[in-house]
Write a protein that binds this ligand. Structure first.
Ligand code: ADP
Ligand code: 5GP
Length: 210
């Protein structure tokens, strides 16, 4: 019997390399990436419907009211949230779904879906984080400072995650994330249907059927 898909939640400090890691993961057809809604303005090269659903504050608040978001949070000056329908339909079809979301949302997801696997991606040290964030060149100095301040808050809750993955060499990091996903999928608690199925088959054999 087919198992329902697994929720994979990937968080990390701004500039840690989450987006870069997720891009590598989604080259594999087996994963579905949830596209979030946000009130943030698009960065150059970002596309509506692919990177985010870029919407107004009013539209976002409407989605909250209509219970269309699985989770949402405020990050620095904007709202971010996970549209519920896509995630639910993919999980129901048995696909693993990746949510690339910040910490408040991630911990809310864990409360609602205790079997979700939570990974936190981090550079090997803080200086590299600052260099990556500034090197990306997508935020002004004030926003970079706010994002680094947010990282100082997030660090207090890193131990709530299931796994910490260091993003030093990108390919090593991606391989580690993939290994964690495979190991999580193989957990006994994620294979109850399989266990029940083989239990049934063994009973049938014991009864002399087949
Ligand atoms: P996040 O999505 O976590 O904010 P990004 O994926 O945008 O971070 O990465 C931040 C910057 O760091 C980008 O310029 C990206 O190219 C770079 N980067 C990501 N991973 C690595 C890595 N392993 N080594 C060197 N640079 C990296
Ligand atoms: P960015 O502006 O750099 O794209 O994202 C800022 C932060 O918002 C990142 O930590 C990112 O993971 C997070 N984020 C993106 N989408 C969502 C979402 O749907 N929900 C929550 N809670 N956080 C999100």
């Amino acid at each position: 019997m087919e198992q329902k898909g697994m929720l994979i939640v990937l968080s990390g400090f701004s500039g840690a390399g989450k987006g870069t890691v997720v891009k590598e993961l989604t080259k594999d057809d087996n994963y579905r990436l949830s596209v979030s809604a946000t009130t943030r303005k698009p960065r150059p090269g970002e596309t509506h419907g692919k990177d985010y659903f870029f919407i107004s504050k009013e539209e976002f608040e409407d989605m909250i009211r209509k219970n269309e978001l699985l989770e949402h949070a405020q990050y620095v000056e904007n709202y971010y949230g996970t549209p519920r329908n896509y995630v639910q339909s993919q999980l129901d079809q048995g696909y693993d779904v990746i949510l690339e979301i910040e910490m408040i949302g991630a911990l809310n997801v864990k409360t609602k879906f205790p079997e979700a696997v939570l990974l936190f991606v981090t550079p090997p040290n803080a200086k590299l984080l600052r260099d990556r964030l500034t090197g990306r060149g997508t935020e002004d100095d004030t926003t970079v400072a706010k994002r680094l301040a947010r990282a100082s808050e997030e660090v207090e809750f890193m131990d709530k995650y299931d796994y910490i993955v260091v993003n030093d060499d990108l390919q090593t990091c991606v391989n580690e994330v993939k290994s964690i996903i495979v190991a999580s999928r193989n957990k006994a608690t994620n294979n109850i249907n399989f266990i029940n199925n083989i239990k049934y088959e063994l009973n049938e054999i014991a009864k002399g059927v087949n």
